[in-house]
Design a protein around this ligand. Structure first.
Ligand code: ATP
Ligand code: MG
Ligand code: MG
Length: 561
């Protein structure tokens, strides 16, 4: 929770610390239920829930349902779910629409206090600095028009309620901004279907904060200019005044986060769905296997300031890699297997070797069968040796990780049809009595073949690369779809996993990182390091007979290999 101790959030706290008048800190996270949350939202979640938690307070999950356009039931569930996944528990759930009746009453009160007027000119637009003739209409007339608007006398664009603020102020958020409007189309509100008109964000947000007793309303800096109207409204109505403060958005470069663009990617089949692991929605990161603690660590490392933060995908992946390094077990996984027969071992030879699950044995150990036939990574073999090459080649000796002794390749066979190497023959370098064992320069990963031990376990691996070619897909002159990387996904259909996988599957979740707190929902995700290659997670499309692995991130040391 380092981010709460210093800087911006500490200043926010000091402006309104716990006291007799602020016995408890209460914040809110206010998503619109019109899409899936993305990585940027994780900052908003961490800031609002984290700030409250740090000071022993509480945070409300408020669905900002002031715009029925685009709202869907499934987004409510998804948002709830992802907040819990990140390890936060709202003290309660509310909806802006819970307060519509109260907002309506307060709006009449605002009219009575000469703080709003009914505009019935038609064709009005916000953000324009003109004094409409209705501004000075009698209060009774505004009240009547507002009620007529409520009762359905007007259609979209024919009437609105505007706040009566200060046209002469340089801040456009005081130019009589809209309070209620009638939306286009006839989409009904999911929860407040009796309402045909809706309060604007500006009308609803500050008042909902006030009604819910929010002490600190933390939002992103686009709302900085709105702070004046936020305060203006609560003052004008003489209601409880929460304190709005603004922090900078978190943007990730090299991807797109906008809902409209992701919809296009899904519709046109560039990605599987909203949770395709190449996307940066939170459901996509979850599916890919990124632990929630790594996302929080990322946000925490960036800290909270007023500045907008633009971070490269690579930086995010680096945090994920570091996080996984100490929190997940290790296994041997072969992505593109090549068969190696150790000719001098007897037929059916099997020896169980003990392998730790971790760097050391803090995760415990397990056994894997070392056998006459083993599979290695195709890329760990070369037909022709050279002095600067240290993995397997004819005449060269390599170690098999944790196996008793090294092997030396003696010959290889090719598939006559394809010309591709199909089998490598090797010699087992078990020293004779009194001799010392060879010390190979390199150790490679492998998987033994044993029907008895159900090894190897077959799997499909989905390895993800950047979905886009550039850092800024949206600025591509032909549109962001033209920037799509055609090789954003590589599939390895014949991958193999060692038998330790069964144990990991059985005994997940694995120990959590120190300080991970109540990030509970890790539990159903099975993650591990495939030694020498990458971190993997079991994809949700896996079945009991078919394992599908997502590559979460590569191991740094093998990148560009
Ligand atoms: P988007 O345009 O990306 O959908 P939004 O503001 O419309 O964002 P909301 O559902 O309103 O999305 O977001 C809920 C909360 O999350 C708001 O308080 C919003 O300010 C905050 N938020 C949204 N995007 C980011 C971001 N990139 N970084 C930090 N906070 C964000
Ligand atoms: Mg919004
Ligand atoms: Mg949105």
């Amino acid at each position: 929770d380092a981010m709460f101790k210093v800087g911006f959030l500490n200043d926010v706290y000091n402006e309104r610390p716990l006291s007799d008048t602020v016995p408890k800190i209460r914040t809110r996270f206010p998503p619109e239920p019109n899409g899936y949350l993305h990585i940027g939202h994780s900052k908003a979640i961490a800031v609002n829930f984290g700030f409250a938690r740090y000071h022993g307070g509480e945070c409300i999950l408020r669905f900002d349902d002031t715009n029925p356009e685009g709202e869907e039931e499934r987004y409510y569930d998804a948002i709830r779910d992802i907040v819990a996944w990140l390890g936060f528990t709202p003290v309660r759930e509310t909806h802006a629409s819970d307060n519509f009746d109260r907002l309506y009453e307060l709006s009449e009160e605002l009219i009575r206090r000469d703080g709003a007027y009914g505009e019935t000119a038609g064709g009005q637009r916000g953000g324009q600095r003109f004094s409409c003739s209705h501004r000075t209409r009698p209060i009774e007339e505004s009240l009547a028009e507002f009620r007529a608007m409520r009762d359905g006398k007007y259609k979209a664009g024919e009437a609105a309620l505007r706040m009566k603020q200060d046209i002469s102020n340089p801040n456009p958020m005081l130019w009589d901004i809209f309070a209620w409007r009638i939306p286009e189309g006839d989409k009904q509100h999911l929860r407040a279907s009796k309402y045909k008109m809706f309060p604007t964000y500006d009308m609803a947000h500050g008042l909902c904060d006030s009604i819910e007793g929010i002490t600190h309303s933390l939002c992103t800096t686009e709302f900085e200019l709105s702070r004046v109207s936020y305060e203006w409204l609560n003052e004008k109505l003489d209601v409880y005044r929460p304190m709005q403060r603004e922090y900078g958005r978190l943007n990730i470069t090299g991807t797109v986060l906008s809902k409209r663009k992701i919809i296009q990617l899904v519709k046109e089949g560039h990605v599987r769905d909203w949770d395709d692991p190449r996307l940066y929605t939170l459901i996509a990161l979850r599916r890919r296997g990124v632990p929630p603690g790594a996302i929080l660590a990322f946000v925490n490392d960036l800290g909270v300031t007023k500045a907008v933060t633009n971070v490269q995908v690579a930086k995010f992946e680096q945090t994920v890699r570091q996080y996984l390094e100490t929190t997940v077990p290790r296994l041997m996984v072969v992505t593109e297997p090549l068969k190696v027969i150790i000719d001098d071992l007897p037929d059916g030879y099997e020896e169980l070797v003990e392998v730790p699950f971790g760097k050391d044995d803090t995760f415990g150990t397990h056994t894997v069968p070392f056998t006459k036939t083993v599979y290695i990574e195709r890329s760990d073999f070369r037909e022709v040796d050279s002095p600067d090459y240290f993995r397997l080649a004819p005449g060269k000796t390599v170690g098999l990780l944790k196996a008793p002794y090294p092997i030396t390749a003696t010959s290889f066979e090719k598939d006559p049809a394809t010309g591709i190497v199909s089998v490598v023959h090797a010699k087992y370098e078990k020293p004779a009595e009194g001799e010392t064992a060879k010390r190979p320069k390199t150790f490679i990963h492998w998987v033994g073949e044993s029907a008895k031990h159900n090894s190897p376990i077959r799997a499909e691996i989905r390895a993800f690369n950047s979905l886009f070619k550039s850092e800024d897909p949206s600025s591509h002159p032909g549109g962001f779809l033209k920037d799509i990387n055609p090789d954003s996904e590589e599939i390895y259909k014949d991958a193999m996993i060692e038998t330790g996988f069964e144990e990991i599957r059985r005994t997940a979740p694995w120990p959590k990182a120190a300080g991970e707190g109540d990030v509970e929902s890790n539990q159903h995700c099975i993650r591990f390091q495939g030694m020498r290659i990458a971190y993997f997670a079991v994809d949700r499309e896996s079945t009991p007979d078919k394992v599908i692995l997502n590559r979460i991130v590569t191991l740094k040391d093998t990148q560009g290999k």
